[in-house]
Design a protein around this ligand. Sequence first.
Ligand SMILES: Nc1ncnc2c1ncn2[C@@H]1O[C@H](COP(=O)(O)OP(=O)(O)O)[C@@H](O)[C@H]1O
Ligand SMILES: [Mg+2]
Length: 357
Amino acid sequence: MADAASDKAEAGKSSALLEVGGSDAPAAGRPRTLVATERVGKYFPVRGGFLSRNQKLLRAVDGVSIRVRRGETVGLVGESGCGKSTLGRLILRLVEPTFGRVVYDGKDIVPLSAADLRPLRRKMQIIFQDPYSSLNPRMTVRDIVGEAIQIHKLAKTKNDEEEMVASLLRKVGLRPDVMGRYPHEFSGGQRQRIGIARALAVQPEFIVCDEPISALDVSIQAQIVNLLMDLQDELGVAFLFISHDLRVVRHISQRVAVMYLGKLVEQGTTEQLYAAPLHPYTRALLGAVPTPDPEKKRLRIVVPGDAPSAIDPPPGCPFHPRCARALKGTCDKEMPPFAELTPGTGHKVACWNPHTE
Ligand SMILES: Nc1ncnc2c1ncn2[C@@H]1O[C@H](COP(=O)(O)OP(=O)(O)O)[C@@H](O)[C@H]1O
Ligand SMILES: [Mg+2]
């Protein structure tokens, strides 16, 4: 089903594409890579501690290679603070990488100047976690959605622009006559629909959805996920769908990547990952019971034990201090490679003692 949707999306595109990293090029007929990172990293300089003069480095993203094909949804999951948003922002070049490459449509975009990046900005959009703070409270819905249309000069006349905004609002399930209203007049789910309309206004090929539903009531979450899936079918847009909840990404993603302390620890098709999770951390995420967060009406995923710091990551596998399967002398000494357990499956894991039963 997923591939059928992506193929349909691909059929609508005529531009010739370069495949990135030829060694694991997709099988003939599969949609090509739209965006990929190659061992990309972001280290933030931070102060060592109170009154400390030493600058330390926080390894927010540490050598991640990930790819998203045209029309595809890749889920990116991991606990809070593991580097998901930073990775999403690196791809969009909202954050400058410390090292590594970001390749969009066959082209390394890291060396591009702001001016050269401008046409690409239109193709890549972001939908934020918090629909309360991501919309300017002093702008009407019309202006919020119309702003990017103006910046990129996509409408010939004011009337055209108005028509475009109306059509976008219909697309996301809002009545066009809400155009003159302000964000505070809407519910959380409706605001997120406005955020989605704003992202779609420039007809992007790729959208980073950064926890787009985790600030919403559980009852609204499914509606927004379904809306995103419908829009993908219709428009062929590709998503990097970021979430801390593996259960949520299951329905929307064709492939899933699991991140821990700045690194990918497992990656595979949705079927592979849910039918046979290999990494103990993936299992922990799947088994974690969502606990109600009393202050906000939402659920939090809690994996036992605290995530170590990305400033002084533990030696060996970064998950070993929390891992019941850790092998003394191995997991605490050496970083496991991120590789396929069974060659040819595409199901990768970074673990010395993966679940194989
Ligand atoms: N601008 C920044 N300066 C310093 N540290 C940052 C900055 N942005 C993010 N971080 C740190 O990088 C790590 C990853 O953050 P983030 O990408 O937001 O994680 P996630 O989205 O998975 O919750 C965290 O430890 C966070 O505190
Ligand atoms: Mg985040």
